[in-house]
Design a binder for this molecule. Structure first.
Ligand code: SF4
Length: 351
C-alpha cells in the first residue's frame, strides 16, 4: 500500500477502500509521518490552512436516563460533575459570546437526555435567534438527543444550521456500550436531521474496545450517512462510569484513526474532539494536519487545555482560524498559565 497514493486519490474527493482503510490502521509506528502526510493531502486540498473552531455550551448537564457506558451523565453515574437543568437564555447567550469572542465560528448547544420536549426545542430556537441576532456569521449546531421529524424541521426552520448526533461506536459493538437504545436509533436521528435540511454532524468515540474493522465500519457508515462534520473523540475513562480505567490508545493510534477517517471522508470536516489532550498529548499538532476543526477549551463536563493554548497551537502550526483575518505574527510566545486536569472531571461528549 502506497500511502502517498491514497492521499492523492483522496485529494480528488475519492474515498479509499475498506481494505486500504484497514491498512492505514495497521501501519507501523515508524510510518506515522507518512500516514499523517497522506491524510494531510485532502485536508489541505479542501480546507487549506484553515481551522474551524467550535465552542460548546452545555445547556443541561447530567440527569440522563440513558446508560451510555462512557458517559458521566448516564443513569446511575456517580462521576463528580455539575448537574443542572437548562441554563436561562441569558446565561446560554453570555456563555456563547465568550467562545465567539475567542474565535469560535460555530456554537454547539448541547443538552443531556434521551430526547428534547417540544418546549425544549423552543428554548433552543430562542437561544439560536438571540446568538444569531448579534452574530449573524456564527453557525449553530444543536445536540439534544433523538428527534422526531417535526422537531428536526422546527430546528431547521428556526435557524439552527447543524445537528450533532454521534453514532459513538460500530453497530456490532453498540450493545457493549449501551443497553437503553440501539445503533439503529442513532442512525434514525442522523437520517432525520439530514432530511430536514440540517447539516449532519456525527462522529464516534475511539478506545471503547472496538476492533480496527469496527472503526472502519464506522468511518464508512458516516460516509454513507453523509456526515458533513465528524467529531472524533478518544475515550476519557472516568471514575463513576463502567469504562473507568479503560485506556487502550497511544498517540500513534489516535493519528492512524484520524487519518483513516479523513481518507474515507476526504471532504468532511474532521474534528479533534474530547480526549485529544489525554491521548494525543504532545502530538496534537500532527492531528491538526489531518483534522480541520477542534473544540476550543473545555468540553461538556471536563476540562480541555486552556483556550489560549489551542489558539497558540493553531498559530504555531502556521494555520488560521476559519472566518478570521490572519493574525499579525508577533514572533513572541504567549504566556499561558499551566493548568492541571481537575480531579473528578468527566465528559459526556454527545447526546
Ligand atoms: S451520551 Fe447522551 S444519551 Fe448517553 S447517557 Fe450521556 S447524555 Fe445521556
Amino acid at each position: 500500500m502506497q500511502l502517498a497514493d491514497l492521499g492523492e486519490r483522496a485529494s480528488s474527493g475519492e474515498s479509499i477502500t475498506r481494505t486500504e482503510a484497514l491498512g492505514v490502521l495497521t501501519t507501523e509506528d515508524a510510518d506515522i509521518l507518512a500516514v499523517v502526510a497522506a491524510a494531510a493531502q485532502p485536508r489541505f486540498a479542501f480546507y487549506g490552512n484553515r481551522v474551524r473552531v467550535n465552542f460548546l455550551v452545555n445547556l443541561k448537564s447530567g440527569l440522563c436516563p440513558e446508560d451510555c457506558f462512557y458517559c458521566s451523565q448516564r443513569l446511575g453515574s456517580d462521576a463528580e460533575i455539575l448537574k443542572y437543568s437548562w441554563l436561562s437564555k441569558e446565561q446560554a447567550v453570555a456563555t456563547a459570546k465568550a467562545g465567539i469572542s475567542a474565535g469560535a465560528r460555530r456554537v454547539c448547544l448541547v443538552a443531556s437526555g434521551t430526547r428534547p420536549s417540544n418546549r425544549e426545542v423552543g428554548k433552543i430556537r430562542d437561544i439560536t435567534e438571540a446568538i444569531k441576532g448579534d452574530h449573524p456569521g456564527v453557525e449553530i449546531c444543536a445536540c439534544a438527543g433523538f428527534l422526531t421529524d417535526t422537531q428536526a424541521d422546527a430546528l431547521a426552520e428556526s435557524g439552527v444550521d447543524a445537528y450533532n448526533h454521534n453514532l459513538n461506536t460500530a453497530s456490532e459493538h453498540y450493545a457493549n456500550i449501551c443497553t437503553t437504545h440501539t445503533y439503529d436509533d442513532r442512525v434514525d436521528t442522523v437520517t432525520k436531521t439530514k432530511a430536514s435540511g440540517l447539516s449532519p454532524c456525527s462522529g464516534f468515540i475511539a478506545g471503547m474496545g472496538e476492533t480496527p474493522e469496527q472503526l472502519v465500519d464506522l468511518a464508512f457508515a458516516l460516509r454513507d450517512l453523509g456526515a458533513d462534520s465528524i467529531p472524533v473523540n478518544f475515550l476519557l475513562p472516568f471514575d463513576g462510569t463502567p469504562l473507568k480505567g479503560t485506556n487502550n490508545l497511544t498517540p500513534h493510534d489516535c493519528l492512524r484513526i484520524l487519518a483513516m477517517v479523513r481518507l474515507v471522508n476526504p471532504r468532511s470536516e474532521v474534528r479533534l474532539a474530547a480526549g485529544r489532550e489525554l491521548h494525543l498529548r504532545s502530538m496534537q499538532v500532527l492531528g491538526l494536519h489531518i483534522a480541520n476543526s477542534l473544540f476550543l477549551g473545555d468540553y461538556l463536563t471536563s476540562e480541555g487545555q486552556p483556550g489560549q493554548a489551542d489558539l497558540d497551537m493553531i498559530a504555531d502550526a502556521g494555520m488560521v482560524l476559519e472566518g478570521s483575518p490572519a493574525p499579525e505574527p508577533t514572533g513572541k510566545p504567549t504566556t499561558v498559565p499551566i493548568r492541571r486536569r481537575g480531579a473528578g472531571t468527566a465528559i459526556s461528549p454527545n447526546s
